[in-house]
Write a protein that binds this ligand. Structure first.
Ligand code: PLP
Ligand code: COI
Length: 331
């Protein structure tokens, strides 16, 4: 089951009819029977999102910035030429899946959450390379703990010569093919004893792009929080939130700009961030046989503060900026 702690009972399914989305409903059937000629199997017409529901101390259930996942799923749909979802359909699915599986949302205090996985696939017989005539939108969920083993402990990463996405390819959207392309470099890194892979920009291989299925950020010696600017990375909601918190709560300067791998020593702290990764501190990056270590191998103070702020917001212990949280409750 990988990252999931267990499977849950209910999932939501909705289909298109004559190219238009119909409202869907819950089912307990985990299996999907679709035609062997479906685009998702052959031409990669599939995409997903990832967001989490958290239980607060008082037992409230809240989602972190789900409107941003809604916007991003529609950007991904545009890129694979599939019909956009309405807000009504997206949130009907999320709310129903969260509420129907609410007994499986981990209790406050465990550092766990309910990971929600919306996805869309192109289905139906189609041999030519063209968009599908039919689509399925589905949402399922599973309780999860930490994505990278070890909670807030720093891990070792290595750069790769492989790319997950091309410069003007699909890196900015959350389409299935990007993840298929990432399995081999990930395996090489794992086999060599690393927690994961650092992708460099596909055009020049001189700048940091991403950390596997998470974004990269670093803290310079004069405390500027920096994240890469690149056309081939996924615009992470967590990263956006970290930059906001660094600037508005910690009062630090932030920059979105190129991060040259040969200048990695400009950072005293570094981390990977994402819905699944939360904030995972980076202990070291190995590049072309040279290992650069951050914060003497410890978790640095700025990363610790950002992690505490972000988790405090997730679990309702720290007040969130306006509009960041959506409570899920029975209507
Ligand atoms: N980069 C990639 C490739 C991802 O798959 C993810 C996960 O969604 C992220 C970054 C982090 O994005 P977010 O913070 O929106 O989850
Ligand atoms: C997420 O953080 O939501 C991701 O997409 C990572 C994942 C592929 C488990």
């Amino acid at each position: 089951m990988g990252y999931a702690l267990k499977e849950t009972e209910y999932r939501y399914r909705a289909w298109t009819k004559d190219g238009k989305w119909q409202m869907g409903k819950l089912t307990t059937d985990k299996y999907i029977t679709i035609h062997e000629g479906s685009n998702v199997f052959h031409y990669g017409q599939g995409l997903f999102e990832g967001l989490k529901a958290y239980k607060t101390k008082s037992g409230k259930i809240q989602l972190f910035r789900p409107e941003m996942n809604f916007e991003r799923i529609n950007q991904s749909l545009d890129r694979i030429v599939a019909p956009r979802l309405s807000k009504e359909l997206f949130f009907d699915a999320i709310d129903q899946v969260v509420l129907s599986n609410k007994d499986d949302i981990p209790e406050y205090g465990l550092g766990q959450s309910l990971y929600i996985r919306p996805f869309v696939i192109g289905q139906g017989m189609n041999l030519g390379v063209k968009p599908s005539d039919e689509y399925l939108f589905s949402v399922f969920c599973a309780p999860v703990g930490t994505y990278f083993k070890g909670g807030l402990s720093a891990l070792d990463f290595i750069t790769t010569d492989y790319d997950r996405a091309a410069t003007n390819g699909t890196g900015q959207v959350k389409v299935a093919g990007n993840y298929g392309a990432s399995l081999y470099p990930r395996q090489l890194a794992k086999d060599a004893g690393y927690a994961g892979v650092i992708y460099l920009d596909p055009a020049t291989h001189t700048k940091i792009d991403e950390v596997g299925a998470a974004n990269f950020f670093g803290v310079t010696h004069d405390n500027v929080v920096v994240t890469p600017k690149s056309s081939s990375i996924l615009p992470s909601i967590t990263r956006k939130s970290i930059l906001y918190l660094a600037e508005h709560v910690l009062g630090l300067k932030t920059e979105e700009r190129e991060c040259f791998i040969d200048n990695i020593s400009e950072f005293k702290e570094a981390g990977a961030c994402g819905t699944a990764a939360i904030i995972t501190p980076i202990k070291s990056i190995t590049h072309k046989g040279n290992k650069y270590q951050f914060s003497d191998g410890e978790v640095g103070p700025t990363i610790t503060k950002l992690f505490e702020l972000l988790s405090g917001i997730y679990y309702g212990d720290i007040e969130a900026p306006e509009g960041w949280l959506r409570e899920v409750k029975e209507k």
